[in-house]
Design a protein around this ligand. Structure first.
Ligand SMILES: NC(=O)c1ccc[n+]([C@@H]2O[C@H](COP(=O)([O-])OP(=O)(O)OC[C@H]3O[C@@H](n4cnc5c(N)ncnc54)[C@H](O)[C@@H]3O)[C@@H](O)[C@H]2O)c1
Length: 247
């Protein structure tokens, strides 16, 4: 019960890392608002079936009025906000190579991955500043740290998430609000889409640990950042990547 009775908003909680984080938060005693454009009801059903506390909210992270509604709802239901986990994210729907990327798709990726993270932080911050306490955990990516390929918009967005995390951490450190980010390596979630067994082999071989990560392994670090164990940790961007980014 590492975050007992804490109130958390988890974006992207309908699938993958966000879902695993919402489940873990609830198992550790938190009350969770599960925000996503799909899948959030199933996550809430699973939490409730385990006797946890959660509410679902269908909301788009690129829309500031959806964030406003999420904050209103969580305050009405649970009275405060202690934790925001900004996890919703996408990769490009087509090629993300410089010469093949389109302006429209660039905006799609930047809007969800970068602006969505910005809006989330901006929306919860007034309540956290009022309380003089809060935890924000963003999700960047290995692509924010090292050169890969076919990730021009995605790496720009995630590099922005990492930079923004440090900035906001400095701005609100004196208000006792900690802002950190996790940078996953290759994690087995639906975002990998139709990854073929050959691609899985290539990713596994490129990872010093010799395998893909599991969403629970990202949720572990998100939970640590969200807990009081991390009260003196802020502005950090930590990789959870089986060693890939340290080669
Ligand atoms: N899986 C990996 O290998 C990996 C690696 C590095 C970073 N990440 C990051 O981890 C985070 C979670 O990804 P995942 O792997 O669990 O993928 P996922 O596809 O399983 O989950 C992403 C979730 O975000 C939601 N989402 C997308 N657009 C949204 C919007 N506009 N508003 C609200 N919700 C929206 C989706 O509906 C989905 O439920 C993302 O930010 C992703 O970039 C993943």
């Amino acid at each position: 019960m590492r975050i007992q009775n804490k109130v958390a908003i988890v974006s992207g909680s309908g699938s993958g890392i966000g879902k695993e984080t919402a489940l873990r938060f609830a198992r550790e005693g938190a009350k969770v608002l599960c925000m996503d454009i799909k899948g959030q009801e199933d996550t809430v059903r699973q939490i409730v079936s385990e006797n946890g506390k959660a509410i679902a909210f269908e909301g788009d992270v690129t829309n500031s009025s959806d964030w406003k509604k999420a904050v209103q709802l969580v305050l009405e239901e649970y009275g405060t906000i202690d934790i925001l986990a900004n996890i919703a994210g996408v990769v490009s729907r087509g090629s993300d190579k410089l010469l093949e990327q389109t302006e429209e798709e660039w905006h799609h990726v930047i809007d969800i991955d970068l602006k969505g993270t910005f809006l989330g932080m901006k929306s919860v911050m007034p309540e956290m500043v009022k309380n003089k306490k809060g935890k924000i955990v963003n999700v960047a990516s290995l692509a924010a740290h090292i050169g890969l390929t076919n990730l021009v918009a995605y790496s720009a967005a995630k590099g922005g998430v990492a930079a923004m995390t440090r900035q906001v951490a400095m701005e609100y450190a004196a208000d006792n609000i900690q802002v950190n980010a996790v940078s996953p390596g290759i994690i087995q979630t639906p975002i990998l889409g139709d990854t073929t067994p050959e691609m899985t082999e290539i990713f596994s071989a490129a990872t010093p640990a010799g395998r893909l990560g599991k969403p629970e392994e990202i949720a572990n670090l998100i939970l640590f950042f969200a807990s009081e164990e991390a009260d003196f940790v802020t502005g950090q961007i930590w990789k959870v990547d089986g060693g890939w980014g340290s080669q």
